[in-house]
Design a binder for this molecule. Sequence first.
Ligand code: GAL
Length: 467
Amino acid sequence: MTMPDASRSAVMLGIFSGLVSSTAALCWSLTGFVLIVYFYAYIHQNDKQDIVYSNHLVDTRKLEKVEEEEEFHFTPAKDRRSPRAIKRKGPRKPTSIIQEFLDDSSQVHAFFFPNKKTAISPIKEGNDSMHFYPGQLWLDTDGNPIQAHGGGILYDDNTETYYWYGENKDGPTYHAHESSAARVDIIGVNCYSSKDLWTWTNEGIVLPGEETNVSHDLHKSNVLERPKVIYNDKTDKYVMWMHIDDANYTKASVGVAVSDSATGPFTFLYSMHPQGCESRDMTIFKDDNGEAYIIYSSNDNSELHVGPLTDDYLNVSGFMKRILVGRHREAPALFKHQGIYYMITSGCTGWAPNEALAHAAESIMGPWETMGNPCTGGNRILRSTTFFAQSTFVVPLQGLSGIFIFMADRWNPSELRDSRYVWLPLTIGGLPDEPLDYSFGFPHWPRVSIYWHQRWRLPEGWRAEER
Ligand code: GAL
């Protein structure tokens, strides 16, 4: 049977319009589906953000707990002079707690350098696992005390691993000259790796000292201190900067080394005076936009200088800005939070501890303002001595915004290899309580606080991907 033309075109039109309307319906349903999925994802994402945010607050509060300590009561160390000398010179003048701390025969010294029995070991599972014990001996995964003094930490995106670089001081302590500072020959820069910032595996000496060539910057009779490493995304190199000096600290230079791998070996390039100036305690800082800066104590440690590195991070470029002029600060540790630059520094008293100061700036090139002593909790003496330690680095934590780890060295100048690490939580926020540089008493900056804890840990699953 054949269909008349009119009816055929009516049917075709029907089919066509049916097709059009079902395609439109399909399109609308798809759009609706996509919108619903998007909406759900959006809500879900907000949920997740809320959880992270509230976890973050809980975590911050725990770390911000103010732990007070009793004031110290110690019996002063015995007068070790002969009875004749005592008679001749009279009884010993009362000593300060810092002098006692530096005297390896004193109770104070023994208190601040607890022996091996209390060492913290990642090999021993138990209650201490993942807990930081500021000042106690800290062992690596081989069971040896960690040797990474004056150090700094690099988080390597390529391997999602933390690397801790620092001075290996595992040699005898001696004085090169009667009046010079206690020292250890250059052994080299050690590197340790970790995923959790607590369990550290020794990756060995990544930049060794030089044994025979006396004219080499790294000859063992010289000084290599405060090594710091950053990664250059453009050149794919790991670049190390460090303080290079002679035994009397008169060379006052900065050294540069480079490697293809975070675990070395690093090739030493040269030492120099940045822009012709002295450089002693120093650090480097890589900004969010990939630009890197050096900051060092200069002009007899009376001021700090800050300036940009070249694009390959192998040299200084442009000009250096003089900051905190006349303040005599050293041991700079720089970090950034919500667009503001912060820095912790120490006073210049050699291996002896002194009071830390926090500084802040809107531009890394300054002006820098001084906020006050960031140390919180403990007791008056602990706070006025940076917990008997000296700043070296501030570690940003992946996934925990606004919380950092303050890294400091508790130097033991009678046995430098036995110097300890004081790691404490540092947070930014809250009202400042010791305004120094503020105009008309109105604070410009949120407070930086370093919280004393005898024992503490990072919140479980603190790394973003673990949350
Ligand atoms: C400190 C400095 C240390 C080391 C020491 C030597 O002032 O921060 O890194 O150089 O002096 O006495």
